[in-house]
Design a protein around this ligand. Sequence first.
Ligand code: HSE
Length: 436
Amino acid sequence: MDPIQVGLLGIGTVGSGTFQVLTRNQEEIRRRAGCGIEITMVADLDVKRAREIVGDGVKVVNDAREVIANPEIAIVVELIGGYGIARELVLEAIAAGKHVVTANKALLAKHGTEIFEAAREKGVMVAFEAAVAGGIPIIKALREGLTANRIEWIAGIINGTTNFILSEMRDKGLDFAAALKDAQTLGYAEADPTFDIEGVDAAHKITLMSAIAFGIPVQFDKAHIEGITQLQSADIRCAEQLGYRIKLLGITRRRAAGIELRVHPALVPAKRLIANVEGAMNAVMVQADAVGTTLYYGKGAGSEPTASAVIADLVDIARLHTADPGHRVPHLAFQPDKLHATPVLPIEETLTAFYLRLRVADQKGVLAEITRILAEGDVSIDAVLQHESQEGESQTDLIILTHETQEDSMRKALAKMQQLPTVLAPIVSLRKEELA
Ligand code: HSE
């Protein structure tokens, strides 16, 4: 069988990794795919650099539309990123009848519904394993490996930059700013790390996993997003003393009233495997009714790990491109006409346990007043810890762990507690996930 021809749009870190791995493992990949998979055309604004990577056997152009217009190209790999030109090119490639492979989580989280619908109408595949957790085959696992199951929840460490920063804060006692600087110096964080540290990148990824897990449309605009910029090293230390680690989690959970979809820092019991995922590594935990808990761990970014996911998609397409579109695995795991309009719950309606740290005056009646507000607000206390006051100080930190509580109740109680004259600083409130 003739090799299937692939055109790359953008040959940066992931593109060059894809070229190298495809070249290095071509024989192994051909044996699996049933035909050769060859990158025969590349578009990149830096033509000279692209040429240095791919050599003379590959056509290099600076206009992505030349790749899309080439009738020999069956698969377009979009590695440009962002929602702008990438969206136009992906839609144009689909309209031209090309299958698309993309690592672009931002694009699919925001415009997935439009893109998958266009692909369905045209009978082409859009594959995106590389968009979520880099080299970990989590899309494949959710969409195919776990297809027998009713998935209950997913919790993931799906941003390596923030996990690296949190590890540095814990290991070295650094504050957030110093840990971020370390991450930038070592190349783990970009010069503009906003999307990572504000939780947006993780929200793109959990939005995609949520859609696949529950058979709902992709709804990034409904995700609740908090990053790690406000996290204080004091809370990382307190969490540790209580047997917890703080991780930035992407969480999606099925509830009776709808789907929770959120990204925020959370305390996780230190004894859970996922709490021990350190540095820039990623991990995704899935709870499903038949299989129970499964955990997927690996590199969530980087040239060859992400290329591994891109090439897995290329092999899938090479195997299935001649199949009747109705016999292919649906983009979002469920048949497109069977997606449910189950609502994504507003954050106020979500249920989690909480960790609270209150700087309080160390005088009689303070604890009683605080516990009264929590009880009246329907918040049940799980544990209380008060550090001894330092000599000569008349204030102390009060740590409270709550049972699972509706966010709205917690917010109202927090507002009341903050008003007490004996509460001396803004209350720190973090969610706590047992992941049991
Ligand atoms: N910037 C991401 C991370 C990798 O730090 O994990 C790409 O999504």
